[in-house]
Design a protein around this ligand. Structure first.
Ligand SMILES: C[S@@+](CC[C@H](N)C(=O)[O-])C[C@H]1O[C@@H](n2cnc3c(N)ncnc32)[C@H](O)[C@@H]1O
Length: 390
């Protein structure tokens, strides 16, 4: 550890600004250590009501995160600056302070006008302790955040949806066999613009430290090209996107299958792929359930009071379709949870079906319930049942 008056002054400025809540960020560069670390960015967070500094270290293939109390953060910085990192800049609301070391460990300390005039919104985001770090560059590339790492006001609902999704999957992983697996393969069917695909990849690799391979399958070539480009720029090397129809995709079996708002029976194709892969976790948010509505027209007389109203008939078709999917998952050896995904304020398509592979003894009962549902509701064809030959 190299102590110099310049370094002491730099660390004192860190301590003072962190204590006064005027610290915006610290960046460490010119890495000269022996590992594959690149830059470090430290930003303020509030954890359990106490101010801390969150250090995010960029590595070639992933980012790692550590939180420190202010005292520990100053000590940690002291051990890094002048050793592994030859350059450090502190951004506060009153000044920018840069400490440079030459290879021979001579130091210069420069103080300049502040770059930031306010603690960015992103710091407040982190203070709320969102599971997704809004300062990650991929979120800017996807148009969710701005150059300073703050969430665009118009994208707050999307950002909150991304956070909620990651929280849900994080919890489901803890309940499944994926929890203890160092490697995990994920297929996201109908990945669209990839908001959730990117956030999940980042969470699996950065926060959970897994060797994750995530593949998005999407029929739209423009979306695939966009996502491939952003993944490359973010150095998310094991995040890939394939242009294909869910039912035709060549991608291999996966531990986790995701399909969020994949249209109509693409959800059934996704579930089927999961069951056939013996995936540990299948997570789908169905939408546009068109297959059953015409069949419910001939439903039992008792249901005609519902199905004669167009909107209720569609709602009934949505409900019956999703219940059928849940029962078929149970019949295939999964424990099923139905969760409200996003607030109805944002979309009516707010049901998330989560299936965790487990040693259940209710397969036969679920199969019988599915048969009963089919008879009582009057439908004859349901894609997942057809695929499963049930
Ligand atoms: C409503 S978007 C959802 C995107 C993303 N999953 C999300 O939740 O943000 C549905 C996406 O699924 C794609 N899609 C629909 N049917 C598909 C199929 N059979 N195979 C592959 N992609 C499909 C659409 O092109 C669209 O991008």
């Amino acid at each position: 550890m190299t102590a110099t008056p310049d370094k002491d002054a730099f660390l004192a400025a860190v301590r003072e600004s962190a204590t006064a809540a005027t610290l915006v960020r610290i960046t460490l560069g010119k890495y000269r250590g022996s590992g594959d670390a690149q830059k470090i960015v430290a930003t303020p967070v509030t954890l359990k009501g106490a101010p801390q500094l969150k250090f995010v270290t960029s590595h070639a293939r992933k980012d790692t995160t550590q939180n420190y109390t202010i005292g520990d953060a100053v000590q940690h910085l002291s051990s890094l600056v002048g050793a592994d990192y030859l350059s450090a800049t502190l951004f506060t609301l009153s000044e920018d302070v840069t400490l440079q070391f030459t290879k021979k460990k001579a130091t210069t300390l420069t103080r300049g006008k502040p770059t930031f005039s306010a603690v960015p919104e992103a710091a407040h985001n982190r203070a709320k302790n969102y599971i997704v770090d809004a300062t990650k560059p991929y979120l800017q590339a996807l148009g969710v955040t701005q150059a300073d790492g703050t969430v665009k006001p118009s994208m707050y609902p999307k950002f909150k949806q991304i956070c909620h999704f990651v929280e849900i999957v994080d919890q489901l992983i803890r309940e499944s066999d994926v929890k203890s697996a160092p490697r995990v393969s994920v297929t996201d069917i109908g990945s669209g613009k990839g908001y959730l695909t990117f956030a999940l990849y980042d969470h699996l690799t950065s926060a959970l430290g897994k060797d994750a391979r995530v593949n998005g399958i999407e029929v739209r070539a423009d979306m695939v090209a966009l996502c491939q480009d952003i993944a490359k720029r973010a150095k998310f090397n094991s995040l890939t996107f394939e242009q294909a129809l869910a039912e035709n995709s060549s991608s291999v079996a996966s531990d986790v299958i995701i399909a969020l708002h994949a249209c109509d029976t693409a959800t059934d194709d996704a579930i089927y792929r999961g069951i056939k892969s013996e995936a540990a976790l299948i997570v789908v948010a169905p939408c546009c359930q068109h297959e059953l509505a015409p069949q419910l027209a001939s439903a039992t007389a008792a249901l005609s009071g519902i199905t004669k109203f167009g909107l209720f008939k569609q709602r009934q078709a949505d409900l019956v379709t999703d219940a059928a999917r849940c029962l078929l998952l149970e019949a295939s050896g999964y424990r099923v949870k139905v969760i409200e995904f996003v607030s109805t304020e944002h979309t009516a398509k707010n049901i998330l079906i989560a299936a965790i592979r487990s040693n259940t003894d209710h397969k036969a009962a679920a199969r019988a319930q599915f048969a009963m549902l089919k008879t009582e509701m009057g439908f004859t064809t349901q894609r997942l049942a057809t695929l499963l030959e049930i």
